[in-house]
Design a protein around this ligand. Sequence first.
Ligand SMILES: NC(=O)c1ccc[n+]([C@@H]2O[C@H](COP(=O)([O-])OP(=O)(O)OC[C@H]3O[C@@H](n4cnc5c(N)ncnc54)[C@H](O)[C@@H]3O)[C@@H](O)[C@H]2O)c1
Ligand SMILES: Nc1ncnc2c1ncn2[C@@H]1O[C@H](COP(=O)(O)OP(=O)(O)OP(=O)(O)O)[C@@H](O)[C@H]1O
Length: 295
Amino acid sequence: MKIAVYGQYYKDNTEEIIDKVLAVFDNYDPEVAIESNFYNVLTEKNLLNGRAYPVFTGHAELNGFDMLICIGGDGTMLRAATYVRDKNIPLVGINAGRLGFLATVQQENIEHLLPLIFENKYKVSPRTLLSLDYDGKADNPSDDLDFALNEVTVSRKDTTSMITIETKLNGEYLNSYWADGLIISTPTGSTGYSLSCGGPVLMPELSGFVITPIAPHNLNARPLVIPDDTEIELKVSSREEQHLVSLDSRIISMNVETPLRIKKTGFKINLVEFPEEKFTDTLRKKLLWGEDKRN
Ligand SMILES: NC(=O)c1ccc[n+]([C@@H]2O[C@H](COP(=O)([O-])OP(=O)(O)OC[C@H]3O[C@@H](n4cnc5c(N)ncnc54)[C@H](O)[C@@H]3O)[C@@H](O)[C@H]2O)c1
Ligand SMILES: Nc1ncnc2c1ncn2[C@@H]1O[C@H](COP(=O)(O)OP(=O)(O)OP(=O)(O)O)[C@@H](O)[C@H]1O
């Protein structure tokens, strides 16, 4: 089995996590490669116990891998998705962060859950992504910035004034939101930013997106669930010349009045799901649905 390992940060608890992961590797003897920046950190801190591994630097070098193990929080998982892209490599997250909604393996469960990967005792949960297109995109040097696992968001820039977001679905006018911004969320992203703005939680396998306004002053505007084969067009007008567009954690400035075309990508990201860490378990544990004392 060929395993890629990705992480962004070094913290005090990294050593303990790496020790546990390496112990599982020792038992199952996979071929391992580590993302080069993370590898440098791990070797500098002497966390690999003198072992050497091949490195990878980007998406193109991940051909032939069977799994990407991501060590970090949800932000690191979102970044890891930019390495996997359309390669169909299952992605599993070891939560070194705070919430870890997408990174479902807790530190204390590494020895128990990671072996299940090698014993083929896991499922994959295919996740729909959103793509962004606009005239002039090819001139933008950041080619990472054209898809999102969580959401595409437009928001105001350099102003406290609201922006107006003209929204069309499959070419037909829906609404002009007068708001701080607008979120187009995937089912995966429905538990992230969209949820904070009053959006519904979508089950991961649902074929839908959510359009959630951020603090709309049209008080009747509510989050809307749409079929995921819809092509969404947004056009922002503002007192400023630019507004922001974000795809998950990544953000760019965009000239106002630029038509933004958003639709489902032609590929999915396969998140690993273990029998005892299903989406509904994560909902209860991470969003604390089970914490109401009356339950
Ligand atoms: N007000 C908000 O709730 C808000 C604002 C901005 C961004 N976000 C979310 O943060 C994401 C980017 O992450 P970051 O690490 O760069 O920002 P960050 O450091 O501000 O972390 C955002 C928080 O959102 C959680 N999160 C991310 N994706 C999630 C998901 N699919 N389900 C449940 N929780 C999730 C993370 O665990 C983290 O605690 C965005 O894609 C967006 O969903 C949320
Ligand atoms: N490899 C790692 N080793 C130890 N700690 C880590 C590692 N990666 C991330 N962390 C911890 O997790 C924090 C958050 O990580 P990350 O940005 O990936 O997630 P996040 O989006 O903030 O979400 P979450 O709420 O799940 O932590 C980091 O600041 C750090 O404290």
